[in-house]
Design a protein around this ligand. Structure first.
Ligand SMILES: [Fe+2]
Length: 226
């Protein structure tokens, strides 16, 4: 019947479109978020080539693979195939974490960033770390020390109401693996810095403080406290 309706197209093509539409209609697909600044806007601290590859290639790959994994997971759920569901969980964690982490990361950065935070965030930093400089040192040290690929984080512990520094391996999402609510993330996968900083990760971590969007970090703290 479909072939009669769409005579100009092949049955195979229509079948594919119908299947795609049905799958697409059953859930929302993840999409790559746009940046609010140009790829070159964070120079000289992060060069345009890194930003372009990082966003349009690396993050896009996490998004695509997350959508593929979720489709497979839905099929496994529909079949009641628990073995397949368990098999897919590492890919869900890796690609889902990659999408979550990078989505936060882009908003944590700004060409108008740097300096020090104001207001409630600054007061919380002083209370929990002693000073802004001490927080910077602690987060920088934890981030530089990540073995292999991973992330350094400033997070909010909802139970104690305090800020914490943490590090996560690979693309493990902060909240999903530690319970801390992410406020500020520093990506130390080599794709985030190698083209500009080569193997000198500490120089990249030092430079990124010049483009931290403290307004975004403050907004995240306000939301986390609700
Ligand atoms: Fe990354």
């Amino acid at each position: 019947m479909l072939c009669k309706v769409w005579q100009m197209r092949s049955c195979a093509s229509i079948l594919h479109q119908t299947v795609s539409w049905k799958v697409g209609s059953s859930r929302q697909k993840h999409t790559l978020p746009d940046l609010t600044y140009d790829y070159g806007a964070l120079e000289p601290h992060i060069c345009a080539e890194i930003m372009q590859l990082h966003h349009s290639k690396h993050h896009a790959t996490y998004v695509n693979n997350l959508n593929v994994t979720e489709e497979k997971y839905q099929e496994a759920l529909a079949k009641g195939d628990v073995t397949a569901q368990v098999t897919l969980q590492p890919a869900l964690k890796f690609n889902g974490g990659g999408h979550i982490n990078h989505t936060i990361f882009w908003t944590n950065l700004s060409p108008n960033g740097g300096g020090e935070p104001q207001g409630e965030l600054m007061e919380a930093i002083k209370r929990d770390f002693g000073s802004f400089q001490k927080m910077q040192e602690k987060l920088s040290a934890a981030t530089v020390a990540v073995q292999g690929s991973g992330w350094g984080w400033l997070g909010y512990d909802k139970e104690s109401g305090r800020l914490r520094v943490a590090a996560c391996a690979n693309q493990d999402p902060l909240q999903g693996t530690t319970g801390l609510i992410p406020l500020l993330g520093i990506d130390v996968w080599e794709h985030a810095y190698y083209l500009q900083y080569k193997n000198v990760r500490p120089d990249y971590v030092k430079a990124i403080w010049n483009v931290v969007n403290w307004e975004n970090v403050s907004e995240r703290l306000q939301i986390a406290k609700k």
